[in-house]
Every structure is written in C-alpha cells, then in structure tokens.
Design a protein around this ligand. Sequence first.
Ligand code: G
Ligand code: G
Ligand code: MN
Ligand code: NA
Length: 253
Amino acid sequence: LQLEEELRRAVERGEFELHYQPKVAAETHRLVGAEALLRWRHPERGRVGPAEFMAVLEDSGLIVPVGRWALREALRTALAWREHWPGLRLAVNVSARELQHAGFLEHCSGLLAPFAGESPPLDIEVTESLFMEDINQTIALLEEVRALGCRVAIDDFGTGYSSLNYVARLPADELKIDLSFTRLMTQSPETLALVTHIINLAHSLGLRVVAEGVEDEEQAKLLRLLRCDVLQGFLLGPPLPASEFARRLLGLE
Ligand code: G
Ligand code: G
Ligand code: MN
Ligand code: NA
C-alpha cells in the first residue's frame, strides 16, 4: 500500500518519463521506429524500471492515467522529432486493462484528431494476455485503434497462452518474438525451429516480425537469414532518455 501511495504521488508530481529503444531493419540496420518504455524518477532511489511498479500500477488502476500520459508524451516527442526523422513511428505499450478502459478509444481519437487523413506517428504494443479476454471485444477495440492509423503489435509473443486461432483473427500489424526465444535460439535447435516457424507463420498472416532482446551479432545474422524484418535489443541500442536518443540516433542537439 505504501508503494501505491508513492505511485499516486508520482502521478501527481509527474515523476514518470519515457525512454526510447531503437527498432532497426534486419537487412540494413536502418532505424525504422522506437519503443517507448516507462521509467520512474524516484525522488530517493533514482530511476526505477517497470518490473518494480507495473503490477501495482495495474492493480490500483493508476495505469490508466499513467498510460494516457505515456501516449500523450510519446506523441509530443514524435512531433518534435518528425522533421529530423521522416516516417518515424513510436510504439507505446498498452495493457489489457488500459485498452478495455471505457475512455481509451476516446482518449486516442482526441489525441490523434489533428492527423485526420494522414497516418499519426504512434503505434501500440499489446500482449497475449488480451487473448484471455473477450476476443470479439478485443478485435473490435483493436480495429478501432487501427482505424485511427495506429499500428498494433503483439508483444512478448510465445510466452503467454496464445492460441494460434486467436493470432490469426487479431487485427495486428506486427508480431514481436519474445527475448527469451532470441536468447535461446543460438543454443537450442528446438528454439531455433520455433523461431523459424513463428517468422513464417507471421509472414503468412501478413504480419511484420520484430525480434526482441537481440544482444549479439550471431543472433542478428541468424535472424536476418530467417527473414525476420526488424531487430530490437542491446546490440542495436538500449532504451535511452529522449534527449539522448535524439542526440545519438538523430544527430540532434
Ligand atoms: O523497460 P523494461 O524492459 O523494464 O519494461 C518491461 C515491461 O514493462 C515491458 O515489456 C512492458 O510490457 C512494460 N511497460 C514498459 N513501459 C510501459 C508502459 O508505458 N505502459 C505499459 N502498460 N507497460 C509498459
Ligand atoms: O515491452 P517489453 O516488456 O517487451 O519490453 C522489453 C523489455 O526488455 C524492456 O524492459 C527493455 O528494457 C528490455 N530489453 C530491451 N532490449 C534488451 C536486450 O537486448 N536484452 C535484455 N535482456 N533486455 C532487453
Ligand atoms: Mn513492448
Ligand atoms: Na516484449
């Protein structure tokens, strides 16, 4: 309860920030987007990652205001970067609870109203936990999100209770292979077989494939051979504060 109180105060005081991790084309390593990742600037403990507070944000419902702030903040950043990075896309993680909150679509459409007719530079990442919810409602919600011009990624793919039937039905644009598979792929022939088939399955469903947690050249090379489209991970770049991302990846200052 103490953490919840601290988080409530953090929301009021605006202690959250977004870090951005590059997503690059597997073939060319050209920058194709970035994932926004939440951090808490704790007054005493310094920067704290989601592992330490996401469960409490979710259980308390504080994820709703924090998630709204994250979408607004990522959009603000995208607009600031747009002229230096044509075609940029920033992806924000959205939990099942956020997506199903009654005001979610209204918040998004308000935020994206200035982009009517053109594609906004904002995408969302959702996890397989959505497969366990009302599937028809989930499909309807994601279709509305896509109608606003946002792309939808299925995050942490393969770690939850994904039914292949649901994967085929979900209105999505991108499938993200969980980092546990990327890590094991070069050691375990079974994992390599799994990754190969996930990539082929995704492509046959018309989805772009992103591999998460790419940490070395061997993984990057193998993923390129398997026709994975996009790479993300420490090899390509860690999550960085916006100013540092702009300096190091966009050459801004
Ligand atoms: O940056 P890190 O790897 O610690 O993030 C861990 C997880 O926390 C991410 O995979 C994602 O699922 C979740 N997460 C990070 N930022 C956000 C956010 O802004 N909103 C939501 N809902 N989840 C986030
Ligand atoms: O949204 P999601 O939970 O998938 O967020 C990805 C998480 O993985 C983030 O917390 C991010 O900090 C972390 N991460 C990103 N790249 C790497 C990597 O190459 N290796 C490892 N171990 N973690 C990574
Ligand atoms: Mn993610
Ligand atoms: Na992930």
